[in-house]
Design a binder for this molecule. Sequence first.
Ligand code: J2J
Length: 555
Amino acid sequence: TTTRTGDWPGWPVEFAERYRAAGHWSGETFGGLLRERARRFAGRTAVVCGERRWTYADLDARVDRLAAGLAGRGVGRGDRVVVQLPNVAEFLQVLFALFRLGAVPVLALPAHRRVEIGRFLEQSGAVAYVVPGVHGGFDHRELARELLPQHPDLRLVVVVGADVPGGFGADAPGAGGFAALADLETDPLPGPDPDVDPGDLALLQLSGGSTGVPKLIPRTTDDYLYSVRAGAGVCALDPATVYLAVLPVAHNFPLSSPGVLGVLHAGGTVVMCPHPAPDVALPLVARERVTLAALVPPLAQLWLQAAARGAHDLTSLRLLQVGGARLADEVARRVGSVLGCELQQVFGMAEGMVAYTRLDDPEEVRTSTQGRPVSPDDEVRLVDDDDVDVPEGATGHLLVRGPYTIRGYYRAAEHDRTAFTADGYYRTGDLVRRRADGNLVVEGRAKDQVNRGGEKIPVDEVEAVLLAHPAVLDVAVVGLPDPHLGERTCAVVVPVAGAAPTPAQLRGHVRAHGLAAYKVPDRVEVVPAFPHTAVGKVSRRRLRTLLAEQLGEKP
Ligand code: J2J
């Protein structure tokens, strides 16, 4: 008796009832939310993108026109659509058009390449793929053309903000239809909005991945909207909020904690930042009188350096959120004085639970903890290796359960058996301590992942690609400390007898394989053999720790 469908496990019925009774699951939908805000805030600016400004009424009307066009192409309720867009206004248009249809966006990041996108298409059975034309020097249409014939469910490629030249037309070799977003927009049919069940899937988020192939994360309208609404409350968002979307908006943090969705919920303004570098972002803060931004720690450091030079007017900035990776206390303490705004630490995960420091917390809490869960019904356990609760104040594995934390991944029942406890807690893989005041401090990680300045690298995935190289006998990818990124990746490679692969060749191999560039190892070490104690006796995780310890010493 859960809300489970064939593809993903929902919450046990008694939990669902409790979350509804508490008002967390409100039954509101994202499509309905935008419709209501468009009535209330019709002429206010919803989104700024370069020189373009869309009011709430504009956004709402564009969403309707796109939804109608997509419906005309056969995209409907329950259909999955891989969306890979950078920070442009059309991201919101596409997202809400899919929400309104009850279709399910799969939120790829702009950096993803053939391997990742191919996997999202495969895992989700998507019928459509939305891409920019050329972005960051990469032609996403070419990638789409390559993937189309390999994925029989994929029928439609929507190209945003660029022409669809003849070669990409519906009758191009390889089948499937390309359409420019602007050509899809059509007048909506009159009548009420289609019924969307708030208990159904709203979107599929991406997991950072650790063991095995990274999984898709099934988020329902009820649970995701609750997370957004609760976050908007904790951040005191209101119609005067001007949010600079710096991180890729598809990521859970800038999307929902409270992110662009929280800002639209509050009737505020989203300013799309085309590039995270301070020389792009800081002039936008000044021009648009930005009040709120969310950054990962390396970007926060860059902003501090740039702001210290004093070239930009940052007086509008009220709050800077930092999360995605551990922020050093020393950096945290400088935010207030250098940027002239408050700091909020955010510790969250696309699987659900999000912790925030609160705006009225003492300074010491805001600079040296990662806050506490946003919901009174978030359940947190800290356990040892045997799932026994650790003493209060000790560091343990963080397990979480609650009204917006998934009970299992999408189409991954086998993997769920180890990723969740029998009673439904998600095993985050994070090592966390809870202080007497209830605030969490992230002390480390026990999952097979490197956190490269907030970008999550599943080491298994990179190792598998390197193992496919003919000169590689064995490989372990480890995280090494890095003053800027927190961690960077190093691939430690044992070559096959007689082979002498160079680091450049091996890095080139990973790149050519079609993985996102941030997964290419920062450093490659070719060694004759792995540490003796490691061979055959200890786990891969122990091997990685050993290698990281050895290499961490060297410059
Ligand atoms: C240390 N580690 C952190 C923090 C995340 C809000 C904010 C972040 C994410 C996110 C998110 C951390 N200090 N402040 O989805 O809604 C590491 C932990 C965690 C993993 C989740 C959100 N904030 N982390 O980063 O799904 O290891 O989500 O389990 O990308 O990032 O990664 P991800």
